[in-house]
Design a protein around this ligand. Structure first.
Ligand code: GLA
Length: 382
């Protein structure tokens, strides 16, 4: 922790922030209330705050910019804390070069082919920011916006409500989208996310969270020794642009079979054509449980060295598992080390990529009068 803090402060000095406004400055008080501190300022002067929360042994820091989880600390089996979420120490780094570290993703998690879809006979052209495709909501997605943050305590829970309204036509999407995302830390230390949205025109929505996990601690090396299970018998194969072909392929006998715990590294070098497109695993698993009214357990990630274990439950029908393939040694993380390929992995609960163009996939359409609601719960143990 000392090293982390020194690095953060050194980084802050370099960009002209005072120590009091540096990323590492916010600390939860322990009395349950989220604590707010200035994290930095955007080029236009907008202040960005860091909110520190602690409950049930889990410590979370969230930025008003992008709803970003800047750090998430949990104990190992001997009670030693580590930040298990990749990120940066300064706002400037998040703005300039973040590969969605810890961010809230909207309006549409993952890719929409050619950034185009047709709904009710009208074709919409979205912001294209990934080759010819639209990724994670386009060039200025929810991850690059400042959210209104309201802290709360409710019984033994503490949390933050994040609000943002996307205007009609933003990034090409139809409809004014009123979005509310609630981050709750429960007394058991679970991190629960409840997403809600309404629209005034028919549109598509697919919100998710883009935390890069490393349960041994960010900056500790790769996640290839982590053991992972995913309760899915099928996944959606992609083309060379990482757009699903529409097929639901069976996982048995392929590197995509995580029905029983297997290390992430075990099959990552198998010469399977699907592993070449995204330089590793970067696919949507069609969860066996499908879309459910209540969150159901779908994945477990465990680091054998520390014992830290993450269990994920969701209402969503899909899980995008991305093995950190595009981390290429060009970013220095919050712990002061360089991030390389596989130093973190993402488990993004969501609807399937490119659903607006895939009639056989569960629908992502939201209409006026309906409320979009999804929930994902992250539970930690060691
Ligand atoms: C998602 C995508 C990946 C990549 C990362 C961010 O997980 O599926 O292809 O874009 O986000 O780098």
């Amino acid at each position: 922790m000392e090293l982390n803090r020194r690095t953060v402060l050194a980084g802050a000095a370099a960009v002209g922030l005072t120590a009091a406004t540096a990323g590492g400055a916010a600390h939860a008080t322990g009395d349950g209330k989220p604590v707010k501190s200035l994290f930095g300022k955007l080029a236009d002067g907008t202040k960005v705050y860091s909110w520190a929360l602690e409950n049930g042994g889990t410590r979370l820091k969230v930025l008003s910019y992008g709803g970003i989880v800047q750090s998430l600390e949990i104990p190992d089996r001997r009670g030693r804390y580590a930040n298990v979420s990749l990120g940066f120490g300064t706002l400037e780094d998040y703005v300039a070069k973040s590969p969605y570290f810890g961010a809230l993703i909207g309006r549409y998690g993952n890719r929409i082919g050619k950034g185009r879809f047709t709904l009710d006979g009208r074709t919409y052209q979205l912001s294209v920011n990934d080759g010819e495709n639209s990724l994670h909501g386009g060039a200025q997605g929810f991850d690059k916006r400042v959210w209104d943050v309201e802290p709360f305590t409710r019984g033994s829970d503490v949390g933050l409500r994040l609000y943002r309204t996307g205007v009609d036509g933003e990034m090409g999407y139809p409809g004014t989208l009123r979005t509310k995302v609630t981050y709750t830390l429960t007394r058991h230390g679970d991190w629960r996310i409840d997403y809600a949205a309404t629209t005034d025109k028919a549109t598509v929505v697919n919100l998710t969270s883009h935390v890069y996990w490393n349960l041994a601690g960010e900056s500790s090396g790769t996640i290839h020794d982590h053991e992972l299970t995913i309760a899915a018998s099928r996944y959606t194969p992609v083309d060379s642009g990482l757009i699903p072909t529409g097929e639901l392929a069976r996982v048995p006998g392929t590197p995509f079979d995580f029905r029983r715990a297997k290390t992430v590294g075990e099959d990552i070098r198998v010469a399977h054509p699907q592993l070449l497109y995204g330089q590793g695993l970067d696919h949507n698993w069609a969860l066996d449980k499908g879309l459910t009214a209540r969150p159901e357990h779908i994945a477990t990630l465990r680091d054998p060295s520390s014992g830290r274990t993450l269990r994920i439950a969701t209402t969503e029908p899909g899980l995008q598992f991305y093995s950190g393939n595009f981390l290429d040694g060009t970013l220095v993380g919050s712990g002061g080390t360089v991030y390389r390929q596989g130093d973190g992995l993402c488990l993004e609960t969501q609807h399937f990529p490119d659903s607006p163009n895939q009639p056989s996939f569960p629908s992502t359409v939201l209409r006026p009068g309906q409320t979009y609601r999804t929930t994902t719960v992250h539970s930690f143990s060691a």
